[in-house]
Design a protein around this ligand. Structure first.
Ligand code: AMP
Length: 494
């Protein structure tokens, strides 16, 4: 049985709500069956046999019905995001060799290079259905979901997760974070990414909780919604918490108290998908009373490391490995590193994906001989076994004048300067140093200047960690998840 078939027991409980209405668990499953039946009919098959089915939906209740319907019919779900430009969606369609794309009603006029069907067609066709023919049996080892890497180093690759991977990832998080059917989450994350799909949507549904979609993050709206009804869980990327903090500062004293009170119903607030600046964690704690739970993961492995729900959470650390997931840190010769030393995070377990779609070589290169996935992220472990992420080997570990410097460490320090709103640090090729450190800073005021900032840093850092150049900017280029795209920033210097 697929994991979500078990959710039928939640029957008339509300599963999903959006601006248009809601589905109970029963209705959601019924709709998913309609989708499956329609797809099988359309493709003239009794089992889709891993056909890739793309779907373009906003964050809405129908999204889950289509995704589950694809799975019930034996297909592989390839989510497209309205946040992506058309050319990128077409790339995902072509690369995955999807056979069909399902479009939500307001995307009905979009045309792609493959046949499409609309949600309306599915609903109309299924209106008179009283019962469904038997649906195929789905093997848990078969591919279920294909999500694309952000493609910061080359073309995006399709990450293939099986039903078994998904069940393991979901069950691990439901247990670790104690999801319950009394939980209610305001879902603000994109639904083409592991964070929004598995952590926020699937975990909630597996537990029988209620998911309320806000299709596009809007700080003011989030604060309003939290004040209108009690929510118990929230998950976001650091940028979202920063926007919520900024919005809070704009409010008057009375509103601030109401906003703070709205956070009292929360039992769990999580941050992930990018390093959580300690300054954001601390300010959020002052505002909301919640010490954010930071966790680490990626598309290829789901979540692997998490601060505990109960017990000590450490600012600047992502916690300890989740149960039944092996995590190790190794040096360039694939040897385990000592406590406190930096090494690459490697991960093994049922959470780990089966490979990149149609990229045998890239898949092979990303695994060690003993089956660990090379994440490409560098971290160290402290005396209590907590992991601290130093950044991606390819972009955040800057090799300058013979030293290895973590961009994240410099960013953390710069953010402590009272005149700095945000910053990002990159390494730029340099004849003299190999790479030179360049900091991009969003200042709070125009008074801040490069020389003063460098002098301030000299009091804190060894000389080789001082950026060669500091540039003041208004904002950073970000991807659909709100992550800073460092490669775009580097282009500004070429
Ligand atoms: P994605 O596959 O888009 O989820 O991106 C995964 C990458 O995000 C990881 O390989 C890390 O580089 C980064 N990441 C995820 N969570 C964290 C975290 N808590 N701290 C720092 N980096 C993170």
């Amino acid at each position: 049985m697929l994991w979500f078939e078990e959710t039928r027991t939640f029957a008339t409980k509300i599963a999903l709500r959006d601006e248009q209405g809601s589905y109970t668990y029963q209705e959601l499953f019924y709709k998913a069956q309609q989708v499956a039946f329609f797809l099988l009919n359309k493709q003239q098959e009794q089992h889709l046999q891993n056909q890739r089915i793309a779907y373009l939906f906003p964050s809405c209740k129908e999204y889950a019905a289509v995704q589950w319907g694809i799975w019930l019919s034996g297909g592989v779900a390839v989510p497209l995001s309205p946040l992506h430009p058309k050319a990128e969606m077409e790339y995902f369609i072509q690369d995955s060799s999807a056979s069909l794309v399902v479009l939500y009603n307001h995307f009905a006029s979009e045309s792609f290079s493959i046949p499409s069907i609309t949600w309306q067609e599915i609903e109309q066709c299924s209106e008179n259905l009283q019962s469904f023919p038997t649906l195929p049996k789905i093997d848990s080892e078969s591919p279920a979901l294909m999500i694309y890497t952000s493609g910061t180093t080359g073309k995006p690759k399709g990450v293939v997760l099986t039903h078994k991977n998904l069940r393991f990832q979901i069950e691990t998080l439901v247990k670790a974070w104690e999801w319950k059917n009394t939980d209610k989450i305001l879902h603000v994350l994109p639904l083409h990414h592991i964070h929004g799909i598995v952590n926020a949507l699937h975990c909630a549904l597996y537990a029988g909780a209620e998911v309320v979609f806000l299709p596009k993050f809007h700080a003011q709206k989030v604060w309003q919604m939290w004040q209108q009804e009690p929510f118990s869980v929230f998950m976001a990327v650091p940028t979202i918490y920063k926007r919520l903090i900024d919005e809070w500062h704009k409010a008057d004293e009375k509103e601030k108290i109401a906003m703070q009170n709205a956070c009292k119903s929360m039992r769990l607030m999580i941050s992930g998908s990018a390093a959580l600046p300690v300054s954001i964690l601390e300010e959020w704690q002052k505002i909301s009373g919640h010490f954010l739970l930071e966790r680490y993961g990626m598309s290829e492995i789901g979540m692997a490391i998490s601060n505990p729900l109960h017990g000590k959470r450490k600012a600047g650390f992502v916690g300890v490995p989740l149960p039944n997931i092996q995590v190790r840190l190794v040096d360039e010769n694939n040897q385990s590193v000592q406590e406190g030393q930096a090494g690459e995070i490697q991960v093994k377990g049922d959470n780990v994906f089966v490979g990149y779609w149609n990229r045998a070589e890239a898949t092979q290169e990303s695994f060690t001989d003993d089956g660990f996935f090379r994440t490409g992220d560098i971290a160290l472990q402290d005396e209590e076994g907590y992991f601290k992420i130093l950044g991606r080997k390819s972009t955040d570990i800057i090799k300058t004048a013979g030293y290895k410097v973590s961009a994240i460490e410099i960013e953390e320090t710069l953010r402590q300067h009272p005149q700095i709103n945000d910053c990002t640090v990159v390494g730029i090729d340099d004849e003299d140093k190999g790479e030179k450190i360049v900091a991009f800073v969003i200042p709070k005021s125009k008074e801040l200047d490069e020389v003063a900032l460098k002098n301030w840093l000299k009091e804190i850092f060894a000389h080789y960690k001082i950026p060669s150049q500091i540039l003041f900017v208004e904002d950073f280029p970000r991807n659909a998840m709100g992550k800073v795209v460092k490669s775009e920033l580097k282009k500004l210097l070429k």
